[in-house]
Design a protein. Structure first.
Length: 159
């Protein structure tokens, strides 16, 4: 302590909290960027749309795939733009949650069809989009964006 009694204190807890918040938000945004890339480039296959609608970003753990699939069969799964309030994460997961997602993703010999057979037996045209390894393709396309996402996020949190 100086002779005049002046002292200064830095609350490192606030710095640590802000760093964790920025890291979590950056992970979340990177996951969202991957999902957006898959959608934008139509990398995931489409038959009924449930596979594409089942894409979610989660922090620290994978979601319950049965619950996500049940929701995705009816409508797009709620995938908010921001992580849950107060969330802290070491990992972000991007997952597609249908019973057939893994098989379609991993089968390199699989090719999309341009038709679909309805329950009534009628055959209808559909886009022959997507194919295997859509997550790897999106990750490769997004990889160069990740440093900018991290930088922008830390600047936002620490301003």
């Amino acid at each position: 302590m100086a002779k005049n009694g002046f002292k200064s204190a830095v609350d490192f807890g606030l710095i640590t909290e802000a760093r964790e918040k920025a890291s979590t938000l950056a992970l979340w945004r990177q996951g969202q960027a991957v999902v957006s890339q898959v959608q934008r480039d139509r990398l995931a296959p489409i038959e009924t749309g449930a596979l594409r609608r089942s894409a979610v970003v989660t922090l620290n753990h994978l979601p319950n795939p049965e619950a996500v699939y049940a929701e995705a069969r009816e409508k797009a799964v709620d995938n908010p733009a921001l992580p849950p309030a107060g969330a802290r994460a070491a990992k972000a997961y991007v997952s597609y949650n249908t019973p057939y997602a893994e098989a379609l993703h991993e089968r390199l010999d699989w090719k999309p069809r341009a038709t679909r057979k309805l329950a009534s037996g009628r055959v209808v045209q559909k886009p022959a989009e997507g194919g295997p390894k859509w997550l790897e393709k999106a990750l490769a396309a997004c990889k160069s964006k990740f440093p900018a996402i991290v930088s922008r996020t830390f600047k936002e949190v620490f301003k």
